[in-house]
Ligand binder design. Structure first.
Ligand SMILES: [Zn+2]
Length: 481
C-alpha cells in the first residue's frame, strides 16, 4: 500500500470509528403491533386530576394506551409483555415545548434526542432549527416514528422568521409545503412585516409563536392575534422604555434595547430587593398580566435560562464543573473558557443586570400565575449556544415553577396537559399528555410520588415513548459517554 493510500485508509477508519462512537449501536426497542404491553402494579398519576389512583395496570398496544384497570382484575392476554411497576408511579411523559434542533446534534457527546428520552422528555417542539438545510427535524421525526432512530416525538417550526420579509405569502407557504407545524416570528420584524405575516398565517390557518417584536410590542402582537408567546422574558421588554420607531434594523435592535434597559435599571432599580421591585412595578406587572390573560395568550416558561446566565457570569467555575455539562458540545465549553460565550458577551460590563432580569422574570411569572395565564413548559434547550443541557433542563424548569408558587401538579401540567392542548391547536395531533385510553403511550415510571415533589421525577425507572419501552439499564446506556 502506498503511503498516500495508507493515510487515506487511516482517515476512513478514523471517520468510521468516530461516527460509531456518537451513534452507538443501541437498537430502537421493538414494538410488535399485535402484542400487548402491560405495566402492572403502579400508582397512576394520569394528570386528568391531582388524584393518585392506586394499584392499577396500564395496557399498551402499538403506540397507544388501550386499557387502564385495577391490577387485581386484569386478565393477561397471550403473548403479552409484562413490566412490573412494583408500586411505583406512572405519569405522562414530559414535553419540552421550547427547544431548538441543531444540525450538529449528531456531533454532541450524546445526541440530545437521547438526553431528552433519558430524562423522561417524550415530546419536543423545535422553535426554529439552527444551521444546515433546516429540515433535519422533519427527517428525524420520520425516522423516529418508523423506529429507525431513538428519540422523542418531534413537532417543529421552519426557520425562524427574522425579517426582512419580502413576500409574506411565500414565507408562510414555504413552511407549509415543507411540512412544518407552525411558524416562529422573531424580535426584529417591523410592524408592517409582522402584520402582513400574521394576516397570511390566519388566512392559511397556520399557528404562530413568537417573540414580541421590538417595534410591535405586546399590544401589537395581541391585536394581530398571535397564538403564543415564546418566553415569559419577552414580556420584560414591556418594562423598558425605548423608541419603537427608531430606524434601525435586525440585530442592531438587541444592543440598543439592552442599553436602554441597563440605563433605566441603573437609574431606578439597581439597589432594590425583589420585594421593593415588586412594589415599584406592581401596577405595570398587573397590567401586563391582565393583557395576556384577556387575550387568552399562552406563554412558554423558559425561566431556567435566567439561573444559568447568573451562574455563568458570577460562578463560572461552578458552571464549568457541573457533571451534566459534560454533555454540552466541546466547542461551546471552549467558547465559555475563552469568555466568548453568548451571555458573557451580551452582559459584559452589565453583569448585575442579569440578576435584575431574573428577578423581573420571576415577578412576571408570579403575576401570570395569579391571573391563571396558560403556561407551557419550555427550556430553550438544544441550541448548543447557551449552556443548557437538554433533558436535564426540564427538571430545573419544573423546580423553578414550584419554587415560584406552582403546586407540583400545576407545574407538571404545563409540560403534559397544556403541551398537548397547544399541539392540538397547532396541528390537531395533541393526543398525549394524560394517561387515558386512546392516548399516545408516552409514559414515565418513577419510584416516588411526583405530586409531592417534582424532583421525584428525576428518579426514573423506565420511559415509554410512543409505545417503545426503555428500562433503566437502557436509559443509562443511551447517555453513556
Ligand atoms: Zn428559543
Amino acid at each position: 500500500m502506498k503511503t498516500r493510500q495508507f493515510i487515506l485508509f487511516v482517515i476512513i477508519l478514523f471517520v468510521l470509528f468516530s461516527c460509531s462512537k456518537v451513534t452507538n449501536n443501541l437498537k430502537v426497542p421493538s414494538q410488535k403491533i399485535n402484542n400487548v404491553v402491560i405495566i402492572q402494579n403502579i400508582n397512576l398519576v394520569d394528570m386528568t386530576s391531582d388524584k393518585i389512583i392506586k394499584g392499577h395496570s396500564v395496557f399498551i398496544k402499538g403506540d397507544k394506551i388501550i386499557e387502564i384497570k385495577p391490577t387485581e382484575s386484569i386478565k393477561i392476554p397471550e403473548n403479552s409483555k409484562m413490566i412490573n411497576g412494583e408500586g411505583g408511579y406512572l405519569m405522562p411523559g414530559l414535553s419540552d415545548m421550547h427547544i431548538h434542533t441543531n444540525k450538529d446534534w449528531n456531533n454532541w457527546p450524546v445526541s440530545p434526542l437521547r438526553l431528552y428520552l433519558a430524562n423522561g422528555v417524550t415530546t419536543i417542539r423545535c422553535l426554529g432549527p439552527k444551521g444546515g438545510d433546516q429540515k433535519y427535524a422533519l427527517r428525524w421525526r420520520e425516522k423516529i416514528s418508523k423506529g429507525q432512530l431513538i428519540g422523542p416525538t418531534i413537532y417543529a417550526s421552519g426557520p425562524i422568521i427574522y425579517g426582512p420579509v419580502q413576500d409574506p405569502e411565500r414565507t408562510v407557504n414555504k413552511n407549509i409545503d415543507a411540512g412544518f407545524d407552525f411558524i416562529k416570528l422573531y424580535s426584529f420584524l417591523s410592524q408592517n412585516e409582522f402584520q402582513k405575516i400574521m394576516t397570511m398565517a390566519k388566512q392559511k390557518g397556520v399557528y404562530t409563536v413568537g417573540h414580541i417584536p421590538f417595534q410591535v410590542g405586546l399590544d401589537g402582537v395581541v391585536s394581530n392575534g398571535i397564538d403564543e408567546i415564546a418566553h415569559i422574558e419577552e414580556l420584560a421588554w414591556e418594562f423598558v422604555h425605548f423608541n419603537k420607531q427608531l430606524k434601525i434594523k435586525g440585530y442592531k435592535w438587541i444592543p440598543y434595547v439592552i442599553k436602554m434597559a441597563f440605563q433605566q435599571y441603573q437609574a431606578a432599580y439597581s439597589n432594590l430587593s425583589i420585594v421593593d421591585l415588586e412594589k415599584k412595578l406592581a401596577r405595570s406587572l398587573s397590567s401586563v398580566a391582565d393583557k395576556v390573560k384577556t387575550a387568552d395568550l399562552p406563554v412558554d416558561t423558559t425561566l431556567y435560562i435566567d439561573d444559568v446566565i447568573v451562574e455563568k457570569l458570577f460562578e463560572p467555575n461552578t458552571f464549568i464543573s457541573k457533571p451534566i455539562n459534560k454533555y454540552l458540545p466541546g466547542s461551546y465549553i471552549n467558547r465559555f473558557k475563552q469568555k466568548k460565550e453568548k451571555h458573557q458577551i451580551q452582559f459584559k460590563g452589565g453583569e448585575d443586570f442579569a440578576i435584575f432580569k431574573r428577578n423581573l422574570d420571576r415577578l412576571i411569572f408570579n403575576y401570570l400565575k395569579r391571573q391563571k395565564v396558560f403556561l407551557v413548559l419550555g427550556t430553550d434547550s438544544g441550541t448548543g449556544a447557551m449552556g443548557i443541557v437538554p433533558g436535564y433542563s426540564i427538571h430545573e424548569e419544573l423546580r423553578i415553577l414550584t419554587e415560584s408558587g406552582y403546586s407540583p401538579f400545576e407545574a407538571i401540567k404545563t409540560g403534559t396537559v397544556n403541551a398537548a392542548m397547544i399541539v392540538d391547536k397547532m396541528n390537531g395531533k395533541g393526543n398525549f399528555g394524560t394517561i387515558e385510553k386512546g392516548k399516545r403511550a408516552d409514559l414515565i415510571l418513577i419510584k416516588n410520588n411526583p405530586l409531592e415533589n417534582v424532583s421525584n421525577i428525576k428518579n426514573i425507572v423506565g420511559v415509554m415513548a410512543s409505545g417503545r419501552w426503555y428500562d433503566k439499564a437502557m436509559l443509562k446506556k443511551l447517555i453513556e459517554l
